[in-house]
Ligand binder design. Sequence first.
Ligand code: HEC
Length: 141
Amino acid sequence: MSRPMRFSFLIAAALAAVSCGERNGGGASSEAAAPLTIEEQGRRAFSACAICHSVKDPTEPGYASLVGPSLFGVVGAPSAHLSGYDYSRAMREANLVWDDATLDAFLQNPQQIVPRTRMAFAGEPNVERRQAIIAFLKTLN
Ligand code: HEC
């Protein structure tokens, strides 16, 4: 091999090593293999909600209430949808229906949509994340 050729071979090998390392970083390779559905993205984003919200059917045996109400069947339901949960007065009197638009507005800024709600969550600013979370909530019924 002539000198310049060997040099460019070394550069190519180094570049290949760098791009391999990138591809293996952060679990990106498995996402590339099977793109997540919007519901799966929402299930992941729901980890921000799961500390306070169960997604289980509260009428099933073994249901344990967390700080917030279960969100099972919440899409399309009226606000304060669970009869067994002790909602704030603000939520009991909010008189909303949890359709896509209302959920989106509430998840972006809970205090603006239901002033003095007890839900201690600042809001999800990213619209795609909110849409994914709502798609996931629709699977809970
Ligand atoms: C720190 C705890 C906490 C977090 C985090 C939280 N919530 Fe809540 N959420 C509550 C509480 C408490 C209530 C009841 C509020 C009230 O009575 O004013 C509530 C109420 C709700 C309601 C109304 C339910 C109904 O029956 O009317 C929805 C919908 C909701 N939360 C969705 C979410 C979603 C989606 C997330 C994540 C993006 C989230 N919440 C994050 C505590 C939380």
